[in-house]
Design a protein around this ligand. Structure first.
Ligand code: C5P
Length: 231
């Protein structure tokens, strides 16, 4: 029986937040950091057999974190997100067929229904993996480096990739080893192997905290979410 393992890369610096320390440690709800909110929300769902977090080798913040249950902490982050995920997979050493759900530490608003839709997709269809994504609603322009529009992309084929992204452990490890840190999500690495990857509807609130303005959106959502009990 293959296990469901959650792997959270949290080894980035988050420079665009401009707070002087890694954004995953930003105090999101009172003194509770973004990383604690992300992990604890997912722990409270009881949908994973194991949860692991990858932090950077010189991380001095993780020891102050309080999680709701067992979490394996791997201080083996790399230069890029893809390297951090690959190093985490090597440290975790899961069985080849285990399903690894990779989720950004910087997406604290993931909801239970989205995770259940992902699980249903991999259980009900012969696919290599699945990712949460949202259809693009804006018109998409392809722009030259000088800022001039070159063309309009047919948005009916465009989706914004979110996380979690789930793949079999061995296949993901092989794909990331070959991709050599250049890819910005797991699906990109798996695409190079011609993997069959299903798009599963995510949520508009599953945003990746990137800029200071994102904090207010995420905070409001989370405070309402506690009342809704949607996790
Ligand atoms: O920087 P960005 O927001 O795209 O990062 C997405 C996720 O990947 C974050 O949770 C971040 O901590 C993680 N990451 C990582 N190792 C890196 C860069 C990013 O674990 N070298």
């Amino acid at each position: 029986m293959s296990k469901s393992i959650l792997l959270i890369p949290a080894a980035g610096v988050g420079e665009r937040m401009k707070i002087g320390y890694p954004k995953q440690y930003f105090p999101l709800l009172d003194s509770t950091s973004m990383l604690e909110v992300t992990v604890n929300r997912l722990q409270d769902m009881y949908l994973f057999d194991q949860i692991a977090v990858v932090v950077s080798r010189n991380d001095s913040y993780i020891k102050q974190c309080h999680f709701h249950g067992d979490v394996c902490i791997f201080p083996c982050g790399g230069e890029t997100r893809a390297e951090s995920v690959l190093n985490g997979l090597v440290a975790l050493n899961p069985d080849d067929n285990d399903w690894v759900f990779v989720h950004d530490a910087a997406r604290p608003c993931l909801d239970r229904d989205s995770v259940e839709r992902l699980k249903e997709a991999i259980e009900s269809e012969a696919i290599d993996g699945a990712i949460l994504a949202m259809p693009v609603t804006d018109t998409i322009k392809w722009v030259s480096s000088s800022g001039l529009i070159e063309k309009t992309i047919d948005r009916s084929h465009c989706y914004r990739a979110q996380t979690p992204q789930v793949f079999r452990a061995a296949a993901l490890r092989a794909a990331l080893s070959q991709a050599k840190g250049t890819v910005t999500d797991e699906a990109s690495a798996m695409e190079t192997q011609n993997a069959k990857i299903r798009i599963v509807e995510g949520s508009a609130f599953n945003i990746k905290v990137t800029y200071p303005d994102d904090i207010e959106i995420v905070r409001n959502y989370l405070l309402n979410s506690v009342q809704r009990k949607d996790y």
